[in-house]
Design a protein around this ligand. Structure first.
Ligand SMILES: *Cc1c(COP(=O)(O)O)cnc(C)c1O
Length: 399
């Protein structure tokens, strides 16, 4: 057996290391939370989880998962259409649809799968999909699987979107797809304007609201609610792995017809196991908490505002916005990596993002605030940023 591939890949890995592009994974030895315990016993402030509402370790969520484990067992050992659908799965789909303002919803093992299973199911060579250039990798991959004509517009450039729609005017279906919140920048898509453009061109609108659901809108329904578009986005996809409990699972919420067709034809739904019952049951409680505890969302947004202000006041370059994604610009990958390492020494766990995830020269440390952070913790985080910058010396975007 030839191990040529191993030698080749080890060389490639070495190249990544030498270019500061190598991602290391840190071992966390306890539950996910505003503060986490590392393998070596150190407790560090966690500013890089998608645990927006602090539900990942919430006692009611854990209790719901325990109870479902007892009642429904560990797993289904089946896909949905064979014998993998319990009452709790259907209940969650109905609750998601009601919450998001659509006729129905369908669960997937992840939002990556949801996005992977929608385009080829709804679109073929007669159709066109028009996608924002900064859309999530799962949308890009999902589009690749379909035979539809593909158009791309620069991030948030609505003139270009309209231009692409004109080019696609002879298509049977035109589907515009955008993230609700762009994860590297924390920018919220201009959905109201996009909806108006879609209407002018008789196009469908799909929004992947993985970073918006539970976070944005008066009732936490997401970026469509925040944009005044409840009931007016044709297709929503999203994850249960961020604000809504943080375990795993994804969904598509849409009309009964779209969801009905996905159940018949969407490959990641048909050929992959269903959600574990404890996750389905705990997700129902997560939706309940979003509904009944709006103060969590208020605290989350307040925390984000405060951290942004404090970092700006200390001279850091922070991308503008209101979302709990708070990108602190670092310039080079090397600087971002060294800054993140320094932060960890100071007791703050945050991660540097760099090319190819963001454009070259636009490396950053992406902070993510949680409702579970208290003031004192955020103050300590800001102080750690200031000390790290002092130690490393000034650089563009840093004091
Ligand atoms: C996180 C994320 C996903 C993937 O969600 P999973 O459920 O973890 O697969 C998809 N789309 C967007 C926009 C995301 O932010």
């Amino acid at each position: 057996m030839s191990r040529r591939i191993d030698a080749d890949l080890l060389r490639e890995l070495e190249t990544l290391r030498s270019q500061d592009l190598y991602k290391t994974e840190r071992l966390i030895a306890g539950p996910q939370g505003p503060v986490v315990r590392l393998e070596d016993g150190r407790e560090v402030i966690n500013l890089c989880a998608n645990n927006y509402l602090g539900l990942a370790q919430h006692p009611a969520i854990v209790a719901a998962a325990h109870a479902a484990l007892e009642r429904f067992g560990y797993g289904m050992a089946s896909v949905r259409f064979i014998c993998g659908t319990q009452t709790v799965h259907r209940e969650l789909e109905k609750a998601l649809a009601a919450f998001l303002g659509t006729e129905d919803a369908i669960l997937y093992g992840s939002c990556f799968d949801a996005n992977g299973g929608i385009f080829e199911t709804l679109l073929d060579e007669r159709d066109a999909v028009i996608s924002d250039a900064l859309n999530h990798a799962s949308i890009i991959d999902g589009i690749r699987l379909s035979k539809a004509r593909r158009y791309r517009f620069a991030n948030g450039n609505l003139d270009e979107l309209e231009e692409r729609l004109r080019e696609a005017r002879d298509a049977r279906r035109r589907l515009i797809v955008t993230d609700g919140v762009f994860s590297m920048d924390g920018y919220v898509a201009r959905l109201a304007e996009i909806r108006a453009i879609a209407d002018r061109h008789d196009a469908l609108l799909m929004v992947d609201d993985s970073h918006g659901v539970g976070v944005l809108g008066t009732e936490g329904r997401g970026s469509h609610e925040a944009s005044g578009l409840l009931g007016r986005v044709d297709i929503l996809s999203g994850t249960l792995g961020k604000a809504l409990g943080g375990a795993s699972g994804g969904y598509i919420a849409a009309s009964s017809a779209v969801v009905g067709w996905l159940r018949q034809r969407s490959r990641p739904y048909l050929f992959s196991n269903t959600l574990a019952p404890p996750i389905a049951a705990a997700s129902l409680i997560a939706l309940e908490i979003v509904r009944q505890e709006p103060e969590r969302r208020a605290r989350l947004l307040d925390n984000a505002r405060r951290l942004r202000q404090d970092l700006l006041a200390h001279g850091f370059e922070v991308l503008p916005g209101e979302h709990p994604i708070v990108p602190v610009m670092m310039g080079t990958a090397d600087r971002a990596q060294r800054f993140a390492a320094r932060l960890l020494d100071e007791g703050v766990y945050a991660v540097g993002f760099f090319y190819p995830v963001v454009p070259e020269g636009r490396a950053r440390i992406r902070l993510q605030v949680s409702a579970a952070h208290d003031r004192e913790t955020l103050d300590r985080a800001t102080a750690a940023f200031v000390r790290a910058a002092l130690t490393l010396g000034p650089e563009k975007g840093n004091p």
